[in-house]
Design a protein around this ligand. Structure first.
Ligand SMILES: O=C(O)CCC(=O)C(=O)O
Ligand SMILES: [Fe+2]
Length: 178
């Protein structure tokens, strides 16, 4: 999963024409691997919220899951769309740190987990994030007349502390938005 994470990030750097900066991403990134269990709701006809709506705060998350679906993505007009993840597939989710670094070019979609049916859902995620001392800063190459700077440079750990103290949906915009 770490390899996939780095591959996806390399593709992102290449798509922005800044592959020469990719090495610094690898140096300044750390990752956490987590396994999650969502219990099936008690009544077979019910559905329940397994994980409340949120954006990931880290840079990028690579997810995999068992056959029980449940991941939902909020579209830009506010509707919830089920993400049907095929067997053996991985899902990459852009988080706030990557949205800020990309100067808003990449969208950190809100998502949640809704559980229904009789079987428990298992998923695992590799959450990669800037190292504690790293500063999230938009590269000069991603700022121009059509894309004015949207986020000031910020320390990732400070942003997390801010988020934990406010728990606001708009934390990134309030904390680092210009
Ligand atoms: O379990 C999933 O598929 C999603 C988990 C998730 O969004 C998270 O842990 O941030
Ligand atoms: Fe998430």
């Amino acid at each position: 999963m770490q390899e996939l994470n780095f591959l996806v990030m390399k593709m992102i750097y290449e798509s922005f024409g800044i592959e020469k900066l990719y090495g610094s991403f690898v140096e300044e990134t750390s990752s956490i691997f987590r396994i999650m269990k969502y219990r099936a709701p008690p009544g077979a006809t019910e559905s329940s919220i397994g994980l409340v709506a949120h954006t990931d705060k880290n840079a990028i998350t690579i997810l995999c899951q068992n056959e029980v679906q449940g991941l939902e993505i909020q579209t830009k007009n506010g509707d919830w769309a089920q993400a049907i993840v095929p067997e053996n597939a991985f899902t990459a989710v852009v988080g706030d740190a990557l949205k800020a670094w990309s100067n808003g070019r990449l969208h950190a979609a809100r998502h949640r987990v809704v559980i229904s049916g009789e079987n428990d859902r298992y998923s695992c995620g590799l959450f990669s994030m800037p190292k504690e001392e790293a500063v999230v800063e938009v590269p000069d190459e991603l700022v121009d007349k059509e894309h004015p700077l949207q986020y000031r440079p910020f320390n990732y750990s400070d942003y997390i502390s801010y988020f934990v103290s406010k728990l606001s949906d708009d934390a990134l915009e309030i904390y680092a938005g210009i």
